[in-house]
Design a binder for this molecule. Structure first.
Ligand SMILES: [Zn+2]
Length: 154
């Protein structure tokens, strides 16, 4: 299952990638380009735009209209419709920035590449092989969990 998200869904795209979903996203694509790419790459089109949704469906594209106002509500809709698991497992995660699967990176390779305190307090690090961004389960992790718990309750 692969997705393509419209330009209004940048935040949701980052969430879905963290959850391990393959999501194509660019806010530079217009509606026609989104439809072409969805068709060519067999991706499910996620959109908040009724007109785009109707256009895509009329062309036989698998599309899903997102109604939720909050990220938790949007994630809950996707979990219901597509069985997207609402758990982050970094072994499965994709880079929120570029959609590439992230990989575990030995801590000793990151000396000097992350802030000193981060390096001291955390032991598990992950790196995107494409854009080079480094990830760890830092202080923001509590908020991420809270949003996913909210989504599960919905
Ligand atoms: Zn990346």
């Amino acid at each position: 299952m692969k997705f393509i998200a419209d330009g209004m869904l940048g935040k949701l795209t980052r969430w879905l990638r963290m959850l391990g979903q393959d999501v194509q996203y660019s806010n530079k694509l217009d509606d026609a380009e989104l439809i072409v790419m969805a068709k060519k790459e067999h991706r499910i089109l996620l959109t908040r735009d009724v007109e785009l949704y109707q256009r895509a469906v009329a062309r036989g594209i698998d599309a899903f209209y997102i109604e939720g106002q909050t990220e938790a509500a949007k994630l809950a809709e996707l979990a219901k419709r597509f069985d997207v698991p609402l758990e982050i497992d970094l072994k499965r995660s994709r880079c929120p920035r570029c959609n590439t699967k992230i990989r575990p990176t030995p801590k000793e390779k990151l000396a000097g590449k992350v802030e000193k305190n981060t390096f001291i307090y955390y032991n598990e690090f992950w790196k995107c092989p494409k854009c080079g961004h480094i990830y760890w389960q830092g202080a923001h992790w509590g908020r991420i969990r809270a949003t996913l718990e909210k989504a599960k309750k919905i």
